[in-house]
Design a protein around this ligand. Structure first.
Ligand code: NAD
Length: 251
């Protein structure tokens, strides 16, 4: 038997990075995976049960998608956007865009999927699991030049606890994952950009690694392994948590 046999999972932003690793690990562990990304081309040839384009900032599209997919056991909200800079660099558009992609997206998907999740959980006698990607840069820690991003990821923790407490009696669990720096395509881009201002990619890479007490960045598979635990029945007693997984960054 596999750890997610009989489970149906939805993963947003599954085209690359952490979302892709989660979708792949859930698939390998026997789940039926509905994988989406704003850029569906990134999911071409992926082995999942269902692949499609979904922009999590589009309320109507999220509602249609949930109506088509129906009842699920696991919802993983991965989509995220990193705005670089302090409060002085953040105009209202950047603030609104950050909250739309990073927080309101979760409001949309949870609101759309939850009613059928509750029904399925009570029919099966197991819990439904909602997993939200937050970050160490949140209420856990202030990170330089992550003003809007850190604000949104703190909001994700509040949203997570609010959902957890409201639906604990209906067999729905909701947890947040708070990664430190993780190797992903968008992280590579951030290193590249910092490298331009510092003069070399290697220097930028070294700066990112230097803030990790463990001396390395994480892998998407390491984050997926925690998502897998939060998704499966082994974690049935765990809800409302915000779990750091960060090589000691928030220590
Ligand atoms: P990434 O940034 O490399 O990829 C993000 C994916 O999201 C892309 O495939 C992109 O097409 C998709 N996407 C962007 N806007 C979207 C939208 N509106 N609707 C649907 N999909 C959209 O991924 P990552 O670095 O692995 O990050 C994944 C999540 O983990 C994010 O929420 C991020 O904030 C969080 N996180 C990442 C790190 C890290 O160091 N990589 C650290 C902490 C938290």
């Amino acid at each position: 038997t596999k750890r997610l046999d009989g489970k149906i999972a939805v993963v947003t932003a599954a085209g690359q990075g952490i979302g892709r690793a989660i979708a792949q690990m859930f698939h390998d562990e026997g789940a039926q995976v509905y994988a989406s990304d704003i850029d569906a081309a990134k999911l071409e040839k992926a082995p999942f049960k269902d692949i499609r384009s979904l922009d999590v900032t589009n309320t109507g599209a999220v509602q249609d998608y949930a109506a088509q997919v129906g009842a699920i056991d696991i919802l993983v909200n991965v989509a995220g956007y990193v705005h670089h800079g302090s409060v002085l660099d953040c105009d209202e558009d950047a603030w609104d865009r950050s909250f739309d992609i990073n927080v309101k997206s979760m409001h949309r998907t949870i609101k759309a999927f939850l009613p059928d999740m509750i029904e399925r959980a009570s029919a099966k006698g197991t819990s439904g699991s909602i997993i939200n990607l937050s970050s160490g840069a949140s209420s856990l820690k202030g990170a330089p030049n992550r003003y809007a991003y850190g604000s949104t990821k703190a909001a994700v923790i509040g949203l997570t606890k609010s959902v957890a407490v409201d639906f604990i009696q209906q067999n729905i669990r909701c947890n947040a994952i708070c990664p430190g720096t993780v190797h992903s395509p968008s992280w590579e881009e951030r290193v590249g950009e910092l490298g331009k201002s510092l003069g070399s990619y290697e220097e930028a890479h070294a700066q990112f690694v230097a803030r990790q007490p463990m001396g390395r960045v994480g892998t998407a598979d390491e984050i997926a392994a925690l998502a897998l635990y939060l998704a499966e029945d082994a974690s049935a007693f765990t809800t409302g948590t915000a779990m750091p997984i960060d090589g000691g960054w928030t220590l």
